[in-house]
Design a protein around this ligand. Sequence first.
Ligand SMILES: NC(=O)C1=CN([C@@H]2O[C@H](COP(=O)(O)OP(=O)(O)OC[C@H]3O[C@@H](n4cnc5c(N)ncnc54)[C@H](O)[C@@H]3O)[C@@H](O)[C@H]2O)C=CC1
Ligand SMILES: N[C@@H](CC=O)C(=O)O
Ligand code: NA
Length: 440
Amino acid sequence: MKPVKIGILGLGTVGCGTVSVLARNALEISRRAGREIRIAQASARDLRKKRACPMEGIQLVQDPYEVVRNPEIEVVVELIGGYEPARELVLEAIANGKHVVTANKALIAMYGNEIFAAAQKKGVMVAFEAAVAGGIPIIKAVREGLAGNRIEWMAGIINGTCNFILTEMRDKGADFADVLKEAQRLGYAETDPTFDVEGIDAAHKLTILAAIAFGIPLKFKQAYTEGISKLTRLDVQYAEKLGYRVKLLGIARRTNGGVELRVHPTLIPERRLIANVDGAMNAVLVKGDAVGPTMFYGAGAGAEPTASAVVADLVDVVRTLTADPNNRVPHLAFQPDALVDLPILPIEEVETSYYLRLHALDKPGVLAEVTRILADLGISIESILQKEPQAGEDSVPVIILTQRVKEKNMNEAIARIEKLSSIKAKVARIRLEHLNPDWK
Ligand SMILES: NC(=O)C1=CN([C@@H]2O[C@H](COP(=O)(O)OP(=O)(O)OC[C@H]3O[C@@H](n4cnc5c(N)ncnc54)[C@H](O)[C@@H]3O)[C@@H](O)[C@H]2O)C=CC1
Ligand SMILES: N[C@@H](CC=O)C(=O)O
Ligand code: NA
C-alpha cells in the first residue's frame, strides 16, 4: 500500500519530538497503522536551523500554507501553537479535505466548535490527544474507554510547568522565576509562559475535558481561571503542616444547577494519590457512575511524551481514513446533534472548603470576632491553627480551615473580616477539596 503522506507545521519541541518518534518507531507504527506514515513536508520559520531530529527525506518549507495546500498531503499535523495563524491554517487544511492532528489546546478550547463543525461538514477528522495532559491517553480513555458511564466529575493536575514549579519550590526551596526558566529550558512551558502560571493553559485543557465528559460545547471563556503566581511559600508550608498539599487543579463537575469549570490552586489531603504527583507529571481523576473513581497518570509535557500522543492520533487517523465519516468516533465523544448546552456556574455559586490565613492582633477577643462573622454567614470551621507571634511583631498568623460554603458567602465573610481593626493584612484564601468519590 502507498505510504500516507503527512505534513508538519512547526518544528519546535513537539514537532521535532514527533519527527524523532516517527523515525525511530517507523516499523512498529506502520505495523499498527497498516500503512507507512511518511513525513513528506514540514514548515519551519528558520530553514537553516540545526535540529535535534532526523530530517532526511522531509522537504522543508518556510510558508505553512504551502503544506496545507499541497495536494499530496493527506494529514496536516499542526504544532505551531497559539490561536492564529493556527486557526486559519487548520480551517484551510480542512477546507482542502485534509485530516488534522494537533497538540494545540488553546486552538481547540477557543475555536474547537467552529473547527469540528467544519471538519464534520467536510468528512475529515481532527485529532487532539496531545492537547490534554500530553502523553496520557486521557481523551481516548474518556471518549471511548468510559463511554458507558455518566461522568460525574474530573479533577486533574494538567499543567506540567506549574506542577514542576510547585514541586521544585517545595522540595528544594527554589525560587519561582528560576524554576520557570528551567521549565522553559526543558520544553515544558508555553511560548508565553503566563499561559502556564496564570492557569490559562490548564483552563484550555479543562474546557476540552469537560466537553468530552459531559457532552457540552467548548466553553473556554466561561471557565474560572486562577494561576499560581500569587501563591506564597508560607501558605504552602502551613498547608503541609495541616496535612495538605497545594496543587494547581482543574475541576469539572456536574451539579444540579450546572457545570463547575474551574482552575485554581487547591489544598488536597496529602494521603490522596494525586497529591503525590510531582514534577512535570500530570494526573487526571475521573469519577464515572459505573466505574467509580479512576486515575490516569503520566508525563504531561515534553517533546517525546507529547509526540507519543501525536503519533497515536496519526495511527488512529490512518486506520480510519477509509471509514464512513458517520461511523467514526465523534470529535467531542457525543454525536454533534446530541450536545447539550448546560450552563457553566459562575465561581460565586461554586461550593468548596477553604484555607484562610489572617494576621490578627495578639489580643483577647479577636478570634471571637472572626468566628462570629463566619457563623453569621453560615460558614462552619473545620480547624483553627494559631501560630506563635514572631519577635518584634504585634500580629499573629491564624489559619482557619472551613467546611464547604458558596464562594459568594466566603467573599462576604472575607470583606467583613478585613474591615475589623484587629486584622492587619488582606486575608489569604486557597480553596480546599477532599476529592472523595462522592464529592463530600
Ligand atoms: N511542549 C510541550 O510539552 C507541549 C506542547 N503542546 C502544544 O504543542 C504545540 C507546540 O508546542 P511546542 O513544540 O512546545 O512549541 P515550540 O515553540 O517549541 O514550537 C513551535 C514551533 O512552531 C514554529 N512556528 C511558529 N509560527 C510558525 C509559522 N507561522 N510557520 C511555521 N512555523 C512556525 C516556531 O518557530 C517553533 O519552532 C503548542 O500548541 C503547545 O501548546 C502540547 C502538549 C505538550
Ligand atoms: N505548557 C504545558 C505543555 C503541555 O501541555 C504544560 O506545562 O503542561
Ligand atoms: Na493526552
